[in-house]
Design a protein around this ligand. Structure first.
Ligand code: COA
Length: 193
């Protein structure tokens, strides 16, 4: 199955641990303001670790104007009109890593611990598997311990850790850690019975 088929008409409701229901769907052109508001609400130390200047409206405008799900598939979680979480599946067309997807996730601080990150990543893993990817990676700064724990719970394991390897937006160096997960495709599942 292709990515296009996997996300055709994609839009789902999920119950959260507090009893509320969130709506999950891919980023659309009209989400610019809601997504920008979401990033403005992230704590400054976390913004330092994001690779793009996401508090600048022009950055989000560019993302919304040049949507290409085959390269970047952002899944947004909404409570009402508010974006409360985002997880993105990044892919490369061609090259050594064409069979490997990369995921990242951020959840609004007021809505953490409700299962949002887990459900977004589980959805992206499913989409990645359906679209034929063989592996998923996730990148971390070693001090993102909560995130590393969450990915471990989802079956990811550490691939490598490079001490003082990357720099944040303030040019401070951090240990760089990459986790990975092997995917089983639908066809491989079918052959297991
Ligand atoms: C890490 C992050 C994405 C977790 O989001 P979340 O929606 O609160 O996570 P969930 O509620 O889905 O929790 C999933 C699991 O992670 C663990 N976990 C999450 N937050 C935790 C915390 N603060 N302390 C301990 N464990 C935690 C829990 O074990 C939980 O498992 P459970 O569902 O069985 O209880 C969120 O804290 C965040 O946005 N952090 C900043 C960005 C970041 O570090 N992103 C990762 C880089 S890709």
């Amino acid at each position: 199955m292709s990515l296009e088929v996997a996300i055709e008409n994609y839009g789902r409701e999920f119950p959260l641990k507090n009893g509320r229901t969130c709506h999950v769907r891919p980023l659309g052109v009209a989400d610019e303001k809601a997504l920008h508001r979401f990033f403005l609400n992230l704590p400054a130390p976390e913004l330092m670790l994001i690779k793009h200047r996401v508090t600048e409206l022009k950055v989000i405008h560019e993302w919304c104007q040049s949507i290409d799900y085959g390269r970047n598939l952002p899944l947004l979680a909404f409570l009402g009109d508010d974006v409360v979480g985002i997880a993105t599946l990044h892919q490369q067309h061609g090259g050594w890593k064409r069979h490997i997807g990369r995921v990242s996730v951020h959840v609004h601080p007021a809505h953490r611990g409700l299962g949002l990150a887990r459900l977004l990543i589980v959805e992206l893993i499913d989409i990645a598997r359906q679209s034929g990817l063989k592996k998923i990676e996730a990148e971390f700064i070693a001090k993102q311990e909560n995130a590393i724990r969450m990915f471990s719970l989802l079956g990811f394991s550490q691939l490598f850790c490079l001490p003082d390897y990357v720099k944040d937006m303030q040019a401070l160096t951090h240990d760089y850690l990459v986790m990975g997960l092997d995917l089983i495709t639908d066809e491989e599942y079918a052959g297991m019975g």
